[in-house]
Design a protein around this ligand. Structure first.
Ligand code: NAD
Length: 294
C-alpha cells in the first residue's frame, strides 16, 4: 500500500493526541477548531476519556454562551473528533502530540509504541514540561522525527508554544512543527533541550518557593497569592497557579530540575510532596492548596 505522507505543515490533515487530560483536550480542541484538523484522542483510561470529552463540550458551550462560537462551528468541530482507547487503534495520523502524565518512563514507552504502529515518517511531538526531548526521542525508531511542543495551560487561551528540538531533531521536523503551531494560532519561542526549557526553568522555582513560604508559615495561602497577584501584576498568585497546573505535574517538574541540574535550590518543597501523597492534586482532583467544587 502506498501511503500519503505529510511533508509540510500544510499537508497535515489529521493529528492524534495521546493523553486526554487537561492539556491533551485543549491541544486537540485548538487543532480541530483553529487549524481545522481531524483529531483523534487516545487515552488508556476510559473514565479520563469521558471526563476529557465532557471538558471539551464545556469549553465549547462556554464559548457559545459568550458569543465566541456558533452552533454550526460546534458541530463541525465535533464531527472532526474521534476517540480511541489505545495506541494500536490509531487510524492513521499525519502528526502526533503526546500529552500523557509527566513521567519519563511512561513517555518513552509511548514513543516506542507509536513508532511500532505509525509510518516512520510521522512526526511525534511531546508536550512534556521539563523532560529531555533527546531522552524521549531515543525510545522512538526515528529520533530525528521527535520534537518538543510545549503548549501553555489553558491551551485555547494561551498564545505561546515553546518549541524544543532534541539533539537529533531534523530541520524538517522543526520547520513542520513551527508551521503547525502557527496554523493553530500560536506564537512560538525556541528553547535548548535543557530541564524545564525556558518557561518551567523560571516558573517552577517561583511556585516551589511559594510552597516553602506557606510551609514556613511566612503568610497564609491567600496573602501569598494576593501579594504576588497585586504586587507583581499577575493574573493569579503562585499557589492558585500551582493548583491549576496540577500539584503532581509541579512535583514531577521540580524532580526533573533537581535530579538533572543537581542543584539543591531545585529541591521540591516538602509540602508539595505531602499534598501529592495525599491525592491533593489541585483543581483536577477537587482539592489542592485550595478546595474546589467538583
Ligand atoms: P493530566 O493528568 O490532566 O492528563 C494526563 C493524561 O494522560 C490522563 O488523561 C491519563 O489518563 C493519560 N495517560 C496516562 N497514561 C497513559 C497511557 N499509557 N496512554 C494514554 N494516556 C495515558 O495531565 P496534564 O496536565 O494534561 O499534563 C499532560 C502533559 O502536559 C504532562 O507532560 C505535563 O507536564 C504537560 N503540561 C502540563 C501543563 C499544565 O499546566 N498542567 C502545561 C504544559 C504542559
Amino acid at each position: 500500500m502506498v501511503r500519503f505522507m505529510a511533508s509540510s505543515a500544510d499537508d497535515i490533515k489529521s493529528v492524534c493526541v495521546v493523553g486526554a487530560g487537561q492539556m491533551g483536550i485543549g491541544i486537540g480542541l485548538v487543532a480541530a477548531r483553529v487549524a481545522g484538523l481531524r483529531v483523534q484522542f487516545v487515552d488508556s483510561s476510559a473514565a479520563q476519556l469521558d471526563k476529557g470529552m465532557a471538558f471539551l463540550e464545556k469549553l465549547l458551550a462556554k464559548d457559545i454562551a459568550k458569543g465566541k462560537c456558533t452552533e454550526e462551528v460546534r458541530s463541525e468541530v465535533r464531527a472532526r473528533i474521534t476517540t480511541g482507547a489505545s495506541i494500536s487503534q490509531i487510524a492513521g495520523a499525519d502528526f502526533v502530540i503526546e500529552a500523557v502524565s509527566e513521567n519519563v518512563d511512561l513517555k518513552r514507552r509511548i514513543f516506542a509504541e507509536l513508532s511500532e504502529v505509525l509510518p516512520e515518517e510521522t512526526i511525534l511531538a511531546t508536550n512534556t514540561s521539563s523532560i529531555s526531548i533527546t531522552k524521549i526521542a531515543s525510545a522512538a525508531r526515528r529520533p530525528e522525527n521527535v520534537v518538543g511542543m510545549h503548549f501553555m495551560n489553558p491551551v485555547p487561551v494561551m498564545k505561546l508554544v515553546e518549541i524544543i528540538p532534541g539533539l537529533q531533531t531534523s530541520p524538517k521536523t522543526l520547520d513542520t512543527t513551527l508551521a503547525l503551531a502557527r496554523r493553530m494560532g500560536k506564537t512560538t519561542t525556541r528553547s535548548q533541550d535543557v530541564p524545564g526549557f525556558i518557561a518551567n526553568r523560571l516558573l517552577m522555582p517561583y511556585i516551589n518557593e511559594a510552597l516553602i513560604a506557606l510551609q514556613e508559615g511566612i503568610a497564609t495561602r491567600e496573602d501569598i497569592d494576593t501579594t504576588m497577584k497585586l504586587g507583581t501584576n499577575n493574573p493569579m498568585g503562585p499557589l492558585t497557579l500551582a493548583d491549576f497546573i496540577g500539584l503532581d505535574t509541579c512535583l514531577a517538574i521540580m524532580k526533573v530540575l533537581h535530579t538533572e541540574l543537581g542543584d539543591s535550590k531545585y529541591r521540591p518543597a516538602v509540602l508539595l510532596q505531602k499534598y501529592v501523597d495525599a491525592g491533593w492534586l489541585g483543581v483536577k482532583s477537587g482539592r489542592g492548596i485550595y478546595e474546589y467544587e467538583s
